[in-house]
Design a protein around this ligand. Sequence first.
Ligand SMILES: [Cu+2]
Length: 154
Amino acid sequence: MKRILSGLLVSVLMVGGVLAEEGKTYSVNQVTDASAETPAHMFRFEPDLLDVPLGSTVKFDNFHGNHTVISIRKMTPEGGPMFKFSKMSADRSVTFDTPGIYGVTCGIHGRFGMAMVIKVGEDNAEDLQGARAVVPGGRMGAKISKLLDQLEAK
Ligand SMILES: [Cu+2]
């Protein structure tokens, strides 16, 4: 009985180890680059494309220049987190426990093309197709389409 219990304990610890591995935190910087040649380059997320395992946390840095982080509602997988961060937010990180493709923009500079894409979990052609069907208009959408092209080409 004791042996069985210690075996169970080892299994639980191993599962914990795997979760810790998947629960990595990724940082995204928000850049204001006055010397950039295009508006979309002047205001941007860096990186602007993340491909992360399920359970990852993404933390948004640098709210100088009034950047805000807003999840795009129609580019949020069903059951996935919606979020909005500004420099007033105490916590600027979000953990993704729902797989799929997320669109994120800046409430101030989205119209200049400040947007990013976060893919969570395994590759899924249906997710990609679904995301393409709901890309917003304008420079924001142009940027997101480009990022989805990059994701597809990976
Ligand atoms: Cu911004």
